[in-house]
Design a protein around this ligand. Structure first.
Ligand code: ADP
Ligand code: MG
Length: 238
């Protein structure tokens, strides 16, 4: 589903990613770990061309991400959820969820609403459909953001620290939704500091350090890695 070969990315003189190669088959859940500034966000942003890479090659679902590629089509197939929800404040929860299907896919309103309510039920907040984002808790807002991404029926979901802005009691409700999504067979790339989620849900852990992919291993192996940078990282987060 995702093929990354020898990818590099610079910001001016600064090398944010260097020589990153990884293959992610359909249905896999990959958790991206690493210290702050190691290139985790840059990496997942290259996967939907939010941060275009400047060397190497990235292919998603058979489409090569390159200059002139149909980015709107690519982004339709790749959902992304951010730390800060990014909901439209002036739209109701349901309107947030049906906006893209209506505008981009021209789904008729009644059908879009029916699908939107199904998705809100799936993330456990159907009864909030007619509220505005500001009337919801952070955990509820993030679940709306996930439903909104799913409304475009993406083949891949990218998450960049989806629970980092949440109070502790709300983290679980968001992780539970993500766990269900993983079980449903979605291909997922998740940057998170939630080590329990990484251990239980990830098929693989990618560990970044200084813009390089240092370790690519199943969780059982990763959490026992003798790699000094991994040891140092785990010492801080566990
Ligand atoms: P992480 O998500 O692992 O904390 P990032 O991918 O956000 O790390 O950033 C990796 C490095 O690239 C950091 O040193 C950061 O300052 C730098 N960086 C990220 N985005 C930009 C940008 N738009 N312009 C300049 N430097 C950037
Ligand atoms: Mg980041």
């Amino acid at each position: 589903m995702i093929h990354v070969e020898n990818v590099g990315k610079t910001f001016g003189e600064f090398q944010a990613l260097q020589g990153v190669s990884v293959d992610i088959p359909a249905g896999q859940v990959v958790v991206v770990l690493g210290p702050s500034g190691s290139g985790k966000s840059t990496f997942i942003r290259t996967l939907n061309a939010l941060a275009p890479h400047d060397s190497g090659q990235i292919t998603v679902g058979g489409v090569i991400l390159e200059d002139g590629a149909p980015l709107d089509q690519i982004r339709r197939r790749i959902g992304m959820v951010f730390q800060n929800f990014n909901l439209f404040p002036h739209l109701s929860v349901l309107e947030n969820v049906i906006l893209a299907p209506r505008d981009v896919k021209r789904v008729p309103r009644a059908e879009a609403e029916r699908q939107g309510l199904d998705l809100l039920r799936r993330v456990g907040i159907e009864e909030q459909a007619h509220k505005y984002p500001a009337q919801l808790s952070g955990g509820q807002q993030q679940r709306v953001a996930i439903a909104r991404s799913l409304a475009m029926a993406p083949e891949v979901m990218l998450f960049d620290e989806p629970t980092s802005a949440l109070d502790p009691e709300m983290i679980k409700e968001v992780l539970d939704v993500m766990r269900d999504l993983a079980r449903s067979g979605m291909t997922m790339v998740v940057v998170t500091h939630e080590m329990g989620f990484a251990r239980e849900v990830a098929d693989r852990i990618l560990f970044f350090d200084g813009g390089k992919l240092m370790v690519d291993a199943p969780p059982g192996e990763f959490f026992h890695s003798p790699h000094p940078r991994v040891q140092q990282f785990l010492g801080k987060v566990l």
